[in-house]
Design a protein around this ligand. Structure first.
Ligand code: ATP
Ligand code: MG
Length: 458
């Protein structure tokens, strides 16, 4: 089988391999690149493992740029033709004391030992066409690729307890590749999943993102649910999600609906996170008519829980803000008449922008179709057409697009005594413009304001 493996290498990789060998070292391509090449999938990043030490690699590639942030752990990034390539010294790992990184790294001289510390068999193969054997697969990675199985290198219990993030990685790989997580690994994931509470939320977040972005995240999210891992990943939301629903509803709990909705949204992190966090929609669609965990007036609690959770997972400010703006703009009121809907939608575009308004519509449609509410879906399609029209006509949607500003208001004597009245007047004019974009005319707006605010003029 080994002789049949033939992976075509980019010239930068060839150059690194040959240069290392010319200088007495050994080097192999390792990890995801081989797995993806064997599967005929696009290759994201090429990782090289070598017998040479980081100092030697730096010296060998001093003619091109190198980055040495991971040098302590054996990794030097070689920038070749502008592409970053990780070159890592064969290594083994000491004890995992804090579940973050092994407490020490030992450099090794044998590629087989390096492959033994890797997480899954499909990630533990090595290839170098200039060496014999060219292909090294000590743990049966090729067989597992043929069987479409994600299996740990060695005992899953040991590997997961060393680094519980591997549980999420296993679920993620099985979803990305459409492989099965092998039954022993599943069992170990159930046993050791609680250890995820010991690892950093940043690492969890990165894996959660990748799980959310797979083309169909329904099964991996369901797996997280069934393994009881959401309790650990999203502790702030768990208390709400777990609430069971009325028997008449086809969803056992909020999670089932949320997960279905997430998978109906396109692969976009803001959108899919918003779908995962959209307790308001779950409340409206399945809890509100029952003895829900919280009544609808208390929607502020949901927003607070979502914010806490996003912050706990250390999402950056922009992501947190955008997800929250979708979550708090949802659910949209359904069955509004044309003019009322246009008013409402203009206001939303003004608040969250065009791109996120389309995301909001997609989010709503996903929830309604997940809950089987076809009339609602139709209504959202109608709203989407209204948004298209608003945008193509160029209707004013923000205060700054109004034909008047604070100075104009002051110029007609409104707010000379109390400046706060200027803001009130502008808000009033903004409401008129949102209701009827045709009235965004300086003279018209000022004369209407004069009439309304006459009693307040100086
Ligand atoms: P992708 O880049 O598509 O996520 P990958 O397999 O390249 O897939 P990386 O996270 O880039 O994954 O890691 C590169 C390799 O390092 C893996 O293939 C695996 O061999 C090893 N590896 C990464 N993380 C771990 C871990 N937590 N435990 C053990 N081995 C790991
Ligand atoms: Mg990679």
């Amino acid at each position: 089988m080994n002789t049949e493996i033939n992976i075509s290498l980019p010239c930068e990789i060839n150059e690194i391999l040959t240069r290392i060998m010319e200088h007495g070292g050994e080097a192999y391509i390792v990890g995801g690149a081989i797995r993806d090449a064997l599967l005929g999938r696009p290759i994201n990043d090429w990782d090289i493992a070598t017998s040479l030490k980081p100092d030697d690699i730096e010296r060998l590639f001093s003619h091109t740029r190198t980055i040495s942030v991971g040098k302590k752990y054996g990794t030097v990034i070689v920038i070749m033709n502008g592409k970053p390539i990780q070159v890592t010294t064969y290594r083994g790992e000491g004890e995992y004391l804090d579940f973050r990184r092994p407490n020490r790294v030992v450099f090794l001289s044998d590629i087989a030992d390096d492959l033994a510390r890797r997480d899954f068999t499909v990630n533990a193969m090595a290839y170098n066409p200039y060496l014999t054997p060219a292909f090294i697969d000590p743990f049966g990675g090729v067989v597992d690729i043929t069987k479409r199985t994600i299996r740990t290198v060695g005992s899953p219990g040991e590997r997961f307890s060393e680094d519980p993030l591997r549980i999420l990685r296993g679920i993620r790989f099985s979803a990305e590749l459409s492989f099965e997580l092998d039954s022993k690994a599943m069992e170990a994931a159930r046993t050791y999943g609680r250890l995820l509470s010991q690892i950093s939320f940043e690492r969890i977040r990165d894996e959660l993102n990748r799980i959310l972005l797979v083309s169909d995240p329904f099964y991996p999210l369901m797996m997280l649910h069934q393994l009881g891992l959401f309790k650990i990943i999203l502790p702030d939301l768990w208390q709400y999600y777990g609430h069971s629903t009325a028997l008449s509803c086809s969803f056992r709990d909020g999670f089932h609906l949320a997960i279905k909705a997430v998978s109906l949204c396109r692969s976009d992190i803001i959108l899919r996170l918003a779908a995962l966090y959209c307790l308001n929609n779950i409340n409206k669609l399945i809890w509100a008519d029952t003895s829900g965990p919280i009544n609808i007036q208390a929607a502020g609690c949901f927003a607070k829980a979502a914010e806490l959770s996003l912050k706990r997972l250390r999402y950056d400010g922009a992501t947190t803000r955008r997800v929250l703006s979708l979550v708090t703009s949802s659910p949209l009121p359904l069955n509004l008449k044309e003019a009322e809907a246009a008013y409402h939608l203009r206001k939303i575009i003004g608040k969250i922008g065009q791109a996120d308004t389309y995301r909001l519509l997609e989010l709503e449609q996903a929830y309604l179709s997940a809950a089987g509410q076809q009339q609602g879906v139709k209504c959202i399609r109608r709203y989407t057409n209204i948004v298209n029209e608003i945008i193509s006509r160029g209707d004013p949607v923000t205060m700054s697009q109004m034909a008047i500003n604070g100075n104009d208001v002051l110029g007609i004597g409104i707010g000379t005594k109390d400046k706060r009245i200027i803001g009130k007047a502008l808000n009033q004019a903004y409401e008129w413009v949102l209701m009827d974009p045709e009235c965004n005319d300086k003279q018209q707006l000022l004369s209407r304001l004069k009439a309304v605010f006459r009693q307040m003029r100086t």
